[in-house]
Structure formats: structure tokens, C-alpha cells
Design a protein around this ligand. Structure first.
Ligand code: WTA
Length: 661
């Protein structure tokens, strides 16, 4: 029982507190605890980045750290060679840690699988041998469309071993989304899964994969299907060049494949992400810089040690899972936890049960999850022993101070520092965050840029704003984990990220991440959210244009505008405003077809929270949809200036529709 009044006082004190310090115990053991690191990185830049590169084993040592002669096509450690799979697996085995656990996997029903580094070594080698046998060659892009099963990181590392870049497509995405990504990368290999469990029920994933394959517009040489569901499966036959994972591997038992020596700048993987246009962007990450950067940030920000059991509750289908479930933690030889299911099945204590069961040291999650935990109440975490936790992290969207404090108190027991890490698919790893053993934490503010990162908040002219003023976040120097380009589209790479603030004639390149931000007197950066047409639903990045094009693809829809509106748990939710063609009515049936259209084109995560039918959309005189107004309507806010509208009357019509009057 908690003492109500005592608890109340504590809540009140916490609510007022604006700055928190790490405990002495934490500082004493922290990987990085000396404030001089910031200065050292400045003084030694770019040599400071050898600290990141030194966390890896190189086949051929690099001689040049940064080649900035062709900005913004920067190269890092460019003449060095290495293999990511060797760095994440073999070297730990060789160092005598073969029996340390690499991956602890827990299925939704509580079945578990444990892979030591030796086990991982065996599986990665055998699958690499199988991939080769299927015809996969160095630089072939292998697509993975898989849920949270251990075969996913095994397949990724097997690809890395033979120098075949992977392109992982989130399992929650639709068949169409899979096909779009395979087409864009001309990928001829697919690793997928028969299904997985969600809240007790088996889901048929293979049907979606097959449907996606039928829309791939080039030949697919081979598909490998993991049997996750066993007897619960949906009985799909494997046809032609489709192989069952286990049957395939039976022929490669005990095989070993030498890790291919990759140039530091060779592609490690592609990850498609949403941007301003309807077409997903293929973010290209390379082997040396990305791996060095994720290892370094795992060491410095997540404070990971090889002895730690670490759990990032993201899905590997997003960048967070790539960098901080797979590559960073495994490069450091840590034990990384993978969980198949959702936080509320079979009950709302599931995650805390796992923290207790695995004695998790470091836990990394998203604010949307924390807001859900808050809503469910502290009794769930209180029923478990969370005392092994040493450090907590968040990523994916701004965290409001109340959620931060709830996390601090009810999960961290007021003992664990929290790192609020700002970064993106494109940045490869964390960019703005306190260092947990050094910095004062300010709830709601991510913190200063990491050592060596030159992030600044600027106005539309590129001038730095004063403390407290809102502006745009920029990064004014390259960093090892940065994307190298958009796959086969250098022009769009420049357009999307470098056009806004760079001065190419002067050789000055400024990266623009499309986030609004402000900075305080201590140099702490608070992220205000995207300033482009990207919505962030439960920490998942979705393009409004992609959703709009899905909606206009539905029979009877003439035009659509999609915006992000505030949502208590999801952070943002999708609101759709739709004009129908003559002869169609805004019935439930039409609404359902629209929702289905979005789910088919992208996936259930993009499902509109509300669909509002309207005869017109608010447009400026030049014919641009005024999304700001639609956002205000979605949020039930007072409307800003409508005088620049061509059709000001439409606004009250939409408001009435939206409120159901
Ligand atoms: C947002 C996820 C506030 C931001 C790693 C960014 C954040 C987008 C934070 C990238 C944070 C990420 N505070 N906002 N700590 N971390 N974001 O590519 O808008 O899926 O641009 O990468 O998430 O999303 P992405």
C-alpha cells in the first residue's frame, strides 16, 4: 500500500522539479563521466571519431578519418575495411565470450529462445552459407519482411557477413508497401515468416508476403519463410523458389563462411522511410561509419557494458531496432532482449514481468509506450522487482515532462538517469541527448548535442536563434553515422536534406532534419516536432502524402488532405479530410473503404483516427491546401488567420462535420 498523502507530496515535489542529476552510484560506474569529453571532441575534431572506430576490429586500418572533399557526400574511415557480422559475432567468440548470451528472445506466449554468441555464430554462418547457395552475391539487396523473431537479426548479420545489404520492411506494413520497397531496391531475395502472434491470435503474415511478391515487377530469385506458427499456421504451400528456413538450413549444418572484407563505405543496409513526397526514401547506411557510431553511442549514451542485459522495446523493422537492438549492442558484446508481443498481453504488467525475469539493466522505449503505462497506472510496475534497472532511455517523439517524471519515478525508482535521445533514420544513431553520467537532465528537453555533434537551432535565414526562441534544428558538421545518400537518388538526397541552409559555393553544407526546436541558455535542445508533412504516430514515422495517395486511390474519392492531430497516447494521430466525387456519399461504408484503402497501401498503423467528409478543402489563393488550419480543426483549437484563404467559408463547414454537428 502506498501512503496516499506521502505519495501526493512526492508527486507535487516532482511536478515542480525541473532539473535532475544522476546519482553518485551511477556516475561512478558510467562509461563516460568526465565532462571534458565535450571539449576534447571539439579540440580533436575529426580525430575524436577514432574513439568510435576503435570500438571495432578493422581488417585494414583506415588512414583517413573524414574525406570531406565532396560534401555532402562525406566519407568516413574510407580506406579501412571490416565486416559488421565479424564485429558483432566472431570477435566476441574469439575473445573467449562464446558462452555469453547474445540474444534473449521471448515469444508472446512466454516461450523463449536463448542464443549465446557461439549459437549466433553458428546460425549466422549457416544462414550465410544458405544465402550464397541461393545465389545471393555481394551487393545484392536482400529484403526482410519479418516480425520480431530471432531469425531476423540472424538474417541481417548473415547478409552483413557476405556483404549483401539488407532492406528490412516493418512487418506491420502492407503487401503493397513491401512491393514498393522491393521494386525500388530491385531486390530479388525475400526473407519472411509464416506469421506471428498478436494478443493471443496467430496472424497470417505469409499471405501478405505472397500478395506483395505478386506485385514485384522484376524476377524474384528466392524467398525463405521462417516457420513461426507451427501447428497454428495457415497452411500456405511453398511454391517454386520458396524455401522453408529449417529445411533449407538442414543442408548447411556446420558450414562456415568467411566474413567478406567490406570497405568502410560499402553499403551495410537500406532503410525506407517517409518523407515529404508520396515515395518512401531509401536511406543508405554504410559499414564503417554506421557501426562505429552505433557502437559509440551505445557505449556513451546507453552506457552499455558486455555484462549488461539490455532491452530496447522497439521493433527491428524501424531504425531504432537496427541500431539499438542489433548493431550497437551486439558490436559491444552485450546481451540484447527481443520480445515478440505487445505491452498489454496477456496483461499490462508484461514488460515489467520481463524486466524482472531477465534482470534488465538498461531499458529503452518510446514516449507513446510511457503514456500508455501512465494511463494504466503504477500498480503494474509496482508488482515487479525493477531494481536491476540502471538507466532508462526514450526515443521517437518528444516526451512531455509529466510522462518523463512518471517514467523516472515508477520505472526508475528515482535512481535511474533517463536519456531522451533525439535522432532519425537518416542520422543512423543518437545525436542530441544528455550523457547519463554527466549531464543534468531536464524533463522535456533532449539535452545538448552529443560530443562532436554540431547541432544548432536557426531561423529561416539560417541564423542561430536566441535562447527560448523556436526555430529549426540543423546539423552543421558531418558525423560517422550519417546517411550517405538516398539509394540511387543523389539529387533527392541534396534536395531533401541539404538545400535549405547550405551554401555550396562556399563549400558549407548544413543538414536539415525537418524538425522544429528551441534551445535554452545551457544549450539544451527541446524538439518541437516535424515541420514537414510527416506525422509521428506512436513514434512511427508516416508521410501524410503517402496516406493521401492511398485515400485518393479509393473509389469515389476526389481529393484528400491528411494531417497529424494531437493524441493522448499516440502523440499524434492521422486525421483525414476527404472530398468525394459526385454520386458518392459520406456513409459508414465509404469511411470503411477509405480506412481499408489506407491499411492496404501502408498498414494498420496509418489508419485514420477520423475521416471527415467535406465539399471543399481550405486552400490558399495559389491553390495550396492550408494544412495548418486542418491541424487546428483536428485539435479543436481556435483557428488562426484565415484571411489568405480562397474559400474561407469552408472552414466552418469542416468544423461542423468534424464535430459531428
Ligand atoms: C522524432 C526514430 C523528439 C523527430 C529514431 C525525428 C524525436 C523523427 C525524438 C525521426 C526525441 C525522434 N524527441 N522527437 N527524443 N527522437 N524524434 O526516422 O521528429 O523513425 O525527426 O527515427 O522522430 O523518426 P525516425
Amino acid at each position: 500500500m502506498t501512503d496516499e498523502s506521502g505519495d501526493g507530496q512526492l508527486e507535487a515535489r516532482l511536478a515542480e522539479q525541473e532539473a535532475f542529476e544522476p546519482s553518485d552510484d551511477f556516475i561512478e560506474q558510467a562509461n563516460v563521466a568526465d565532462e571534458s569529453i565535450y571539449e576534447e571532441f571539439e579540440e580533436e575534431w575529426p580525430e575524436c571519431w577514432t574513439r568510435a572506430a576503435d570500438l571495432l576490429d578493422w581488417d585494414e586500418e583506415y588512414t583517413e578519418i573524414l574525406d570531406d572533399s565532396e560534401g555532402p557526400f562525406y566519407e568516413w574511415f574510407a580506406d579501412g575495411t571490416l565486416n559488421a557480422s565479424y564485429n558483432c559475432v566472431d570477435r566476441h567468440v574469439e575473445a573467449g565470450d562464446k558462452n555469453r548470451v547474445a540474444i534473449k528472445w521471448e515469444g508472446e506466449h512466454g516461450n523463449t529462445r536463448t542464443y549465446t554468441y557461439q549459437d549466433l555464430y553458428r546460425e549466422v554462418n549457416e544462414f550465410a552459407a544458405a544465402l550464397r547457395d541461393l545465389g545471393v552475391e555481394e551487393d545484392d539487396v536482400v529484403t526482410m519482411y519479418m516480425p520480431m523473431v530471432p531469425e531476423l537479426p540472424i538474417a541481417m548479420l548473415a547478409c552483413a557477413r557476405i556483404g549483401a545489404p539488407h532492406s528490412v520492411v516493418f512487418a506491420g506494413f502492407s503487401a503493397e508497401a513491401l512491393a514498393t520497397r522491393m521494386n525500388a531496391a530491385e531486390s530479388r531475395y525475400l526473407i519472411t515468416c509464416d506469421g506471428y502472434y498478436r494478443r493471443g491470435d496467430p496472424l497470417d503474415h505469409q499471405a501478405k508476403a505472397n500478395e506483395g511478391l505478386s506485385s514485384v515487377d522484376h524476377g524474384v530469385d528466392a524467398t525463405v519463410v521462417v516457420d513461426r506458427l507451427g501447428d497454428d499456421g495457415f497452411g500456405h504451400d511453398l511454391k517454386g523458389n520458396q524455401h522453408d528456413w529449417d529445411d533449407l538450413l538442414a543442408d548447411f549444418q556446420g558450414d562456415r563462411v568467411d566474413p567478406v572484407e567490406r570497405n568502410a563505405e560499402d553499403m551495410l543496409f537500406l532503410m525506407y522511410t517517409s518523407g515529404t513526397t508520396g515515395k518512401p526514401k531509401g536511406v543508405k547506411h554504410t559499414t564503417g561509419g554506421y557501426l562505429a557510431y552505433t557502437a559509440w553511442t551505445s557505449h556513451a549514451v546507453l552506457d552499455l557494458e558486455p555484462e549488461d542485459t539490455y532491452w530496447c522495446s522497439a521493433d527491428i523493422g524501424w531504425i531504432t531496432g537496427h541500431s539499438y537492438i542489433v548493431y550497437g549492442p551486439l558490436a559491444l558484446g552485450t546481451t540484447t532482449v527481443m520480445y515478440e508481443g505487445t505491452p498489454d498481453y496477456p496483461d499490462r504488467g508484461r514488460l515489467w514481468e520481463l524486466v524482472e525475469k531477465y534482470a534488465v539493466d538498461v531499458f529503452y522505449t518510446a514516449p507513446t509506450a510511457i503514456r500508455a503505462f501512465m494511463k494504466w497506472g503504477p500498480e503494474y510496475p509496482e508488482s515487479y522487482d525493477l531494481s536491476t534497472l540502471r538507466l532508462l532511455g526514450t526515443v521517437g517523439e518528444p516526451i512531455n515532462p509529466r510522462a518523463w517524471k512518471w517514467y523516472y519515478k515508477h520505472i526508475g525508482g528515482e535512481e535511474c538517469p533517463i536519456v531522451d535521445t533525439w535522432w532519425q533514420t537518416e542520422t543512423g544513431g543518437m545525436m542530441v541527448s544528455t550523457l547519463p553520467g554527466i549531464g543534468t537532465m531536464k524533463p522535456g528537453s533532449a539535452g545538448p548535442p552529443l560530443p562532436g555533434i554540431d547541432a544548432r537551432v536557426v531561423d529561416t535565414d539560417g541564423e542561430e536563434v536566441d535562447a527560448g526562441q523556436a526555430g529549426y534544428l540543423t546539423v552543421q558538421r558531418p558525423w560517422p553515422g550519417m546517411l550517405r545518400t538516398l539509394y540511387r537518388n543523389d539529387e533527392r538526397f541534396i534536395d531533401e536534406y541539404w538545400d535549405e541552409y547550405s551554401d555550396p559555393d562556399e563549400g558549407e553544407w548544413v543538414y536539415f532534419p525537418e524538425d522544429g526546436a528551441k534551445i535554452d541558455d545551457d544549450g539544451y535542445i527541446t524538439i518541437l516536432g516535424r515541420v514537414d508533412d510527416v506525422v509521428n504516430v506512436s513514434g512511427h514515422r508516416l508521410g501524410t502524402m503517402e496516406i493521401e495517395s492511398a485515400i485518393v486511390g479509393v473509389d469515389g474519392v476526389a481529393e484528400a488532405a491528411v494531417v497529424g492531430g494531437d493524441h493522448d497516447i499516440k502523440g499524434e494521430a492521422v486525421y483525414a479530410y476527404v472530398i468525394l466525387e459526385d454520386g458518392y456519399d459520406g456513409t459508414e461504408e465509404t469511411r470503411d473503404r477509405i480506412i481499408e484503402g489506407v491499411e492496404d497501401a501502408i498498414g494498420p498503423i496509418a489508419r485514420p483516427e477520423e475521416v471527415t467528409f467535406t465539399p471543399e478543402l481550405p486552400k490558399t489563393r495559389s491553390g495550396k491546401i492550408m494544412r495548418r488550419l486542418l491541424e487546428e480543426i483536428a485539435n479543436g483549437e481556435e483557428l488562426g488567420d484565415t484571411t489568405t484563404l480562397r474559400n474561407p467559408d469552408v472552414v466552418s463547414d469542416i468544423q461542423e462535420q468534424a464535430s459531428g454537428d
